[in-house]
Design a protein around this ligand. Structure first.
Ligand SMILES: [Mg+2]
Length: 365
């Protein structure tokens, strides 16, 4: 039994609502879906989301990496030696975490299908329902308050506000959202690197003094400024969550060493898939850091993998898995669905995805 082919699908899927952060604005999910096919005709799916401003990954770059390197590396090899295959993928190329994620997730999906169990079972868990927050795109206070009320009515009780586009107005934005949803909804902030360290301390202390009860603040300062991140963490009570500052294990070691953050946001597209993501979760836990599993703007393929990871390993804070909820329609057949504030995984082998629609297919090996 060997891997017979690795195929790529270039996919652009429209959102029902524009997604806006301090780093970018998008109205589509742009991603490369990868299929790893065995000689029995079973298929595992993975994806490599394009996010120029966060990971630098593009569909073209990920496709070149899969077609020229990772596809040929895997073809003819035994897919049941999952750890060996994933380790080879991680070592085969520098960077290219999104392409590695796509292939790593496809290998895991295929392995679970070959065992006839949901991916979560193969990862060591049984839950098929995972909670998620929902993001409120960056905007003005009144619009944010209105959207917050709408999302709360739809069943979401953890709201993630995108701030950091204008430090002077961010306190008012949080105040407006808290007033709109009342005391029982959890509010977390993501500044996406948008504040200076001084701005971050000013805004967060303002939020604390106003008693607005914010659960955590994600990536207040620019990703490379770990001293700045530590400086902020030292001066505020609200827990600080490192996102863009931590891609892989060495980044997390540095955050731990400098006590730069209280929690880490683990994303498959930053670290290169489920194999390294498990290491990050275990490393964070071993050092007393809190954990969140999040995603880029991804389809049901990547979110299904991240939700399966959470279902098996757990996180200390509610995960951030709403990306596929933003899609106007699903670009795949099968896979997860959203029910209120929950991601519901299918009780089917692997990710439960049977095909990709709306995509252009290429054979990579
Ligand atoms: Mg973030």
């Amino acid at each position: 039994m060997t891997i017979a082919a690795v195929r790529t699908h270039r996919l652009t899927a429209p959102l029902h609502t524009p997604f806006v952060t301090a780093l970018r604005r998008t109205t589509t999910v742009d991603t490369l879906v990868v299929e790893v096919v065995d000689t029995d005709g079973r298929t595992g799916f993975g994806e490599a989301p394009q996010v120029w401003q966060v990971t630098g990954a593009s569909i073209d770059g990920s496709e070149a990496c899969v077609r020229q390197l990772l596809g040929p590396l895997l073809t003819g090899r035994d897919p049941d030696q999952l750890v060996a295959r994933c380790t080879e993928v991680q070592r085969a190329v520098v960077g290219n975490e999104a392409a590695k994620m796509a292939v790593d997730v496809a290998l895991h999906d295929l392995a679970a299908r070959r065992l006839g169990v949901p991916l979560v079972r193969m990862l060591g868990g049984t839950a098929l329902v995972v909670p998620t927050d929902v993001t409120l795109a960056a905007g003005e206070a009144a619009d944010l308050a209105e959207t917050a009320g709408k999302r709360h009515a739809e069943g979401f009780d953890v709201l993630k506000l995108k701030v950091g586009t204008d430090a002077a107005g961010d306190l008012d934005r949080v105040r407006a959202v808290r007033a709109a949803v009342g005391p029982d909804v959890r509010i977390r902030l993501d500044a996406n690197q948008g504040w200076t360290p001084r701005e971050a301390v000013r805004v967060i202390c303002g939020i604390e003094d106003a008693g607005l009860d914010v659960e955590l603040v994600e990536q207040p300062v620019v990703r490379w400024d770990l001293d700045g991140l530590a400086w902020v963490s030292d001066r505020v009570d609200v827990p600080i969550l490192a996102d863009e500052s931590v891609f892989g294990v060495r980044d997390l070691v540095e955050v731990i060493r400098r006590r730069a953050a209280d929690l880490v946001n683990v994303k498959l597209a930053k670290c290169g898939g489920l194999h390294p993501a498990r290491t990050l979760l275990e490393l964070a836990t071993a050092h007393g850091l809190g954990t969140v599993v999040g995603s880029m703007m991804e389809s049901e393929v990547g979110i299904g993998a991240a939700a399966s990871l959470v279902a098996a390993y757990g996180t200390t804070a509610v995960p951030d898995l709403d990306a596929a909820w933003w899609l106007a329609r699903s670009p795949v057949r099968g896979g997860l669905r959203y029910e209120g504030a929950s991601v519901v995984l299918p009780d089917a082998p692997g990710l439960g995805i049977t095909s990709v629609t709306e995509a252009k297919v290429q054979d990579a090996g």
